[in-house]
Write a protein that binds this ligand. Structure first.
Ligand SMILES: *[C@@H]1O[C@H](CO)[C@@H](O)[C@H](O)[C@H]1NC(C)=O
Ligand SMILES: *[C@@H]1O[C@H](CO)[C@@H](O)[C@H](O)[C@H]1NC(C)=O
Ligand SMILES: *[C@@H]1O[C@H](CO)[C@@H](O)[C@H](O)[C@H]1NC(C)=O
Length: 230
């Protein structure tokens, strides 16, 4: 009797762990939503493809950003700090309506090659405007609104803290993963057609959160030109 119970228990626990594995896998495949986005608002997107070391997403036209003007610096980390300080003041009420705005994620930094003589790059730092404020985001000196009308993104996640060397490594890894896929032509074309940024770094966590940090490298592109070509 006892052994029969044991066998049933074993079968059950096997079944349970199998089900658990299936659910874990399906959560992974459905995307890689950073834990932060369960607490605060993040822009919604469709996952078009989960590739090996990359993910293709589609962000809709409800993606509104409040952006700094270009910040010249040699350091992405420093420029992001400068930009974020300005955006943090903005959401704390330093805007024309003296309105407070909820924190969202991610904060993104678009990186463009600089044209100055000192190898500085140019960085635009942006805050995702909550849906609630999108109809009438408070204007503020030195900041401007960017609306994404149907933007595609090739994304790659990495953990830990962003620094001035790991972003380059991750961007190169994303480039390598994308090469030879059906997306590489559209991405190359968008880069040539004047999307000036080389890549964008998305950071989902507060600097004081040490665990489960999520960052992403994004290549922005659009598919419109592809469609016309067909
Ligand atoms: C966003 O796209 C929808 C259709 O997908 C369209 O009806 C709407 O007018 C667009 N909004 C803006 C602000 O472009
Ligand atoms: C880069 O940013 C840091 C921190 O905001 C600032 O102290 C430094 O002067 C900046 N460098 C340049 C060349 O603007
Ligand atoms: C940057 O981060 C990577 C890990 O992502 C780490 O190995 C490296 O030491 C860091 N570099 C600096 C200069 O902090």
């Amino acid at each position: 009797m006892a052994s029969r119970t044991t066998i049933i228990t074993l079968k059950l626990s096997f079944l349970l762990s199998f089900l658990l594995l299936v659910s874990v896998l399906s959560v992974r495949v459905r995307g890689s939503i950073p834990p932060t986005c369960k607490r605060i608002e993040c822009p919604t997107h469709d996952v078009i493809e989960v590739g090996h070391g990359y993910e293709i997403r589609h962000y809709h036209n409800s993606t509104l950003w409040m952006s700094t003007s270009p910040i010249q610096n040699i350091s992405l980390v420093q420029a992001t700090r400068t930009g974020f300080r300005r955006l943090f003041d903005y959401i704390q009420g330093k805007n024309n309506y003296k309105q407070k705005i909820e924190m969202t994620a991610p904060v993104i930094t678009e990186v463009s090659p600089g044209d100055g003589p000192f190898c500085e790059s140019s960085f635009v730092v942006s805050f995702f405007v909550p849906k609630e404020n999108q109809a009438n985001p408070p204007p503020a000196k030195g900041l401007h609104v960017q609306r994404w009308n149907s933007v595609y993104v090739a994304a790659r996640q990495f953990g830990g803290y962003v620094n001035d060397s790991n972003v380059g490594v991750e961007a190169a890894a994303l480039r390598a993963r994308i090469a030879g896929t059906s997306w590489s032509r559209a991405i190359d074309k968008s880069h040539k057609d004047g999307r000036a940024s080389v890549y964008t770094v998305a950071q989902y966590n507060d600097p004081l959160e040490y665990d489960h940090r999520v960052n992403e490298i994004w290549f922005l592109f659009d598919m419109e030109s592809e469609r016309h070509a067909m």
